[in-house]
Write a protein that binds this ligand. Structure first.
Ligand SMILES: Cc1cc2nc3c(=O)[nH]c(=O)nc-3n(C[C@H](O)[C@H](O)[C@H](O)COP(=O)(O)OP(=O)(O)OC[C@H]3O[C@@H](n4cnc5c(N)ncnc54)[C@H](O)[C@@H]3O)c2cc1C
Length: 387
């Protein structure tokens, strides 16, 4: 970030390696993303496969995992990478989060050795794309009610149902699908070319337009017994994957906010009205100061959670604190920045409205703000208010 925005001198709190990783990703975003992302967003098309290979070449896919071609980076380094990616666009961070923290993590943590060998190395390079199917048309915040079923048929499994709002589904080679069985919720690594699996792209999104989203229909999909993830038993398995991805969002959302604020600072110091830069008006400075304070507070929070993760002490409800605060504040920053840009704030020539629109999805996916409030509320009171 520009030195002016690092109000608390956080930069020296990072290790040399963390700064290096951050800078490499920042350059990648500057070279490969910024020149094109407004067009991708406007057209609702993104060269996701091509980008996945480039991200894979830099070790960004499954970056915090170990073995199977994964980089084994620290949680803080992974968070910093998410921040830089999302400063480009939330859609690109989503690509990396879904690949690494949802699909790869599920296989890495719960898969058999064969499943790991089959999928993880090619997913780490970006040759194979993964997706993660938990949400259904009628079951979002309450995945325990999922309708997708898997039943045994001899030595095989038969999967029936449908998943909705699945990032990367139309371009995926493998889907991690969560289904209800007689023994409870189980996960399956489903090759997308299996007969009975169809993926359809969801169009007309007004948010995350530089990200591919789809629905998956599962029509009596016959899978061999070894497609089941042997270590995943119950809903806690997909929820643990969501904790991984939410951690990336704690950092990533601030990247979008930072990009808005950097854009707005540059704009406000050069745009003149009433004969002086609009940055010189007290009302504008009050907005800029409040936003910069929220940004650094969010960064402190992200760094603290990252250090906890690296010490293996991070709890899911602490990730909820981070996701709830940082996405909410990032969205507030993006909306406020838009006001300072005036009419230019609604133009695709500037990234601000794109980030604001993207953050609407980020607020909803990986647990809505309300769900994270309930998680924190339960931690505080010992009472579950979910139902
Ligand atoms: C662009 C995009 C990409 C996505 N990618 C994926 C993906 O890759 N994989 C995947 O599985 N899912 C994905 N999702 C789905 C996402 O996780 C869900 O949209 C989210 O969990 C919310 O579910 P829902 O949309 O069904 O809303 P609902 O659950 O219907 O919620 C609607 C509203 O009701 C509120 N609400 C619900 N229950 C309660 C309660 N108990 N108390 C208070 N308020 C409540 C919610 O907070 C929300 O405000 C994606 C979504 C989007 C928009």
């Amino acid at each position: 970030m520009t030195a002016a925005l690092d109000l608390l001198d956080l930069d020296p709190s990072l290790t040399d390696e963390e700064r290096q990783i951050r800078d490499v990703v920042r350059h990648l975003v500057d070279d490969r993303v910024r020149p094109h992302v407004a067009d991708w967003y406007e057209q609702g098309r993104v060269p996701a496969r091509e980008l996945a290979r480039e991200f894979g070449a830099l070790g960004l896919l499954g970056m915090h995992l170990t073995g199977y071609g994964c980089a084994g980076a620290s949680a803080v380094a992974y968070g910093l990478a998410c921040q830089e990616l999302e400063a480009g666009d939330s859609g690109l961070r989503s690509l990396v989060s879904v690949q690494g923290s949802l699909a790869m993590y599920a296989i890495w943590r719960y898969g058999s050795e064969e499943q790991k060998q089959r999928w993880l190395p090619s997913m780490a390079t970006g040759e194979a794309i993964g997706c993660f199917g938990l949400t259904e048309p009628d079951h979002g915040s309450d995945p325990a009610s999922m309708a997708t079923r898997a039943r045994r048929d001899g030595g095989d499994w038969l999967l029936t149902g449908g998943k909705m709002w699945i990032t990367n589904a139309p371009i995926a080679d493998v889907a991690v699908i969560w289904a209800r069985t007689d023994e409870g919720v189980r996960g399956f690594a489903v090759p997308m070319d299996t007969p009975g699996v169809t993926a359809r792209e969801i169009h007309r999104k007004m948010s995350l337009r530089a990200s591919v989203t789809g629905e998956i229909a599962l029509d009596d999909v016959r899978l061999p017994a070894d497609a089941q993830l042997p270590g995943a038993s119950g809903l806690k398995a997909p929820l643990s994957c969501l904790t991984e991805a939410r951690y990336g969002i704690v950092w990533g959302s601030l990247g979008a906010a930072r990009d808005c604020l950097e854009t707005t600072l540059a704009y406000a110091t050069t745009r003149t009205q009433f004969g002086r830069p609009i940055a010189g008006f007290q009302l504008t400075q009050a907005k800029l100061a409040d936003m910069a304070v929220e940004l650094v507070k969010g960064q402190l929070l992200a760094l603290h959670l990252g250090r906890l993760a690296d010490a293996d002490r991070l709890r899911p409800d602490q990730v909820s604190v981070g996701k709830l605060n940082n996405v909410r504040e990032a969205l507030a920053i993006a909306r406020q920045c838009r006001t300072i840009l005036g009419a230019n704030g609604v133009s695709g020539e500037y990234p601000v409205m794109r980030h604001a629109n993207n953050l609407e999805s980020v607020l909803t996916y990986e647990g809505t703000s309300e769900i994270h409030q309930l998680v924190v509320g339960q931690r505080l009171t010992g009472l579950s208010a979910f139902a």
